[in-house]
Ligand binder design. Structure first.
Ligand code: FAD
Length: 375
């Protein structure tokens, strides 16, 4: 006789795994179904930075803080290495310094610091050139996404008894049953976490959510042996992308300067977010181009813009680019997370920003509490 589960989760990306964990912790029998042989969507292609600073004040910031706590627990229990902690945002312009200093004084900046140039150069010798200061948040942590997803899935299976059905496409979700390419699976409730595939399941309902897809170019580079970053590193361009900074002093002036000085970067959504892996290589993100059907091509011109900002901040141009890849994610300018309830026992959850991995565990706890109650 076929197994019956309390919860079927569609998608084994970070959002799906987060829901599996929250339900398993609540004592539920869970099955995770993914059409691929392993996580290969945004969760496997992202930078892997779990961020706290820069989320919109209120609910998103609270979710990021709670998710960061759960990430730390999961990393410890699932043997996921934390590659590094903390985020430095280097102000290349006084307008950026004004914004970062203002942010450090807000509730969302609690625990963070802003260093003026002399202190910043002394504390962070990696940052070269004429900088206007450095913002430092100690809360961020970085995981290596592909291996992290695999380890979390194995740990959920072994330590929490979560069942996985890989290479199995879900073609329909009804109350009490999930239809798949390998036959039906019985489950009292279901959560659909299908990432940027919002056109297959509940497409009609999701069409009202203002969703599109975003393409992001990514690079892995090497500097000299022994090179070490203090944590993740970003610069002025990233400030305009962080919702928690939107209303702060200096942002409008920074935008005007960047529009005049780096218009191509703004047009292609280029930021320079650099993080480091255990082997010393640096992962450099990226660009943001919205398109309902992102093309698969890596533009050299955009890579050059990303590497130009890298050089401006770190004072070096990487000698070697060891790999390049494209990631896509769901995006909505209206809401960073979409949670829909097509029926009492079914939820559809879409992370619709470039920071979905940073809120996933908190979002999942909310969904599971809503489906099964808190206790
Ligand atoms: C390049 C890049 C960099 C990023 N950097 C960061 C970062 O540093 N920090 C951060 O917080 N966020 C980052 N993000 C965003 C983050 O990666 C996403 O928000 C998050 O991974 C989304 O997780 P998900 O589980 O919803 O989607 P996905 O990881 O895309 O997973 C969806 C899964 O659902 C499966 N699926 C879909 N439809 C079906 C179906 N019908 N049947 C069976 N399986 C199905 C897919 O196979 C896939 O495995 C980045 C994204 C990209 C692309």
């Amino acid at each position: 006789m076929a197994d019956t589960f309390d919860l079927a989760v569609v998608g084994a990306g970070v959002m799906g795994l987060a829901h599996a964990l929250a339900a398993a912790r609540a004592g539920r029998r869970v099955v995770v179904i993914d059409r691929d042989a392993r996580a290969n969507g945004a969760s496997a292609r992202m930078s892997g930075l779990v961020t706290v600073a820069g989320h919109a004040p209120g609910q998103m910031w609270r979710r990021a803080k709670r998710s960061r706590e759960v990430w730390a627990e999961v990393c410890a229990q699932a043997s996921v290495r934390i590659e590094h902690e903390g985020l430095a945002i280097v102000a290349r312009r006084p307008e950026a310094a004004t914004t970062l200093e203002a942010f450090a004084a807000t509730e969302g900046g609690a625990g963070s610091s802003f260093y003026l140039p002399d202190d910043a150069h002394a504390l962070f010798p990696q940052f070269k050139g004429d900088i206007a200061g450095v913002f430092w948040s100690p809360d961020e942590l970085r995981v290596e996404p592909r291996s992290a997803m695999a380890k979390i899935a194995s740990w959920l299976e072994e330590a929490h008894g979560v069942a996985f059905r890989w290479e199995t496409a879900v073609i329909g979700v009804e109350d009490g049953e999930v239809s798949t390419s390998r036959g039906p699976i019985s489950a009292e409730a279901a959560v659909v976490c299908a990432g940027d595939d919002f056109r297959s399941l509940f497409a009609e309902r999701l069409s009202a959510a203002g969703l599109t897809r975003v393409k992001s170019q990514m690079l892995r580079v090497r500097l000299e042996d022994g090179y070490e970053l203090p944590g993740a590193v970003a610069s002025d361009l990233a400030i305009l992308r962080l919702p928690g900074f939107e209303e702060l002093d200096g942002v409008a002036a920074l935008r005007a300067r960047l529009e005049a000085e780096q218009p191509e970067c703004l047009a292609n959504g280029v930021v320079c977010l650099v993080s480091q892996s255990a082997d010393g290589s640096l992962v450099v993100s990226g660009s943001r181009q919205a398109d309902p059907t992102p093309d698969p091509f890596q533009s050299q011109a955009i890579d050059d813009l990303i590497l130009g900002e890298f050089e401006a901040v770190l004072g070096k141009r990487p000698k070697q680019v060891t790999s390049r890849w494209i990631g896509t994610y769901a995006f909505s300018s209206e809401r960073p997370v979409i949670v829909d309830a097509p029926s009492e026992r079914v939820r559809v959850v879409v992370a619709a920003s470039a920071a979905g991995a940073s809120s996933a565990f908190a979002v999942a706890e909310e969904t599971i509490a809503g489906l099964f109650g808190k206790g």
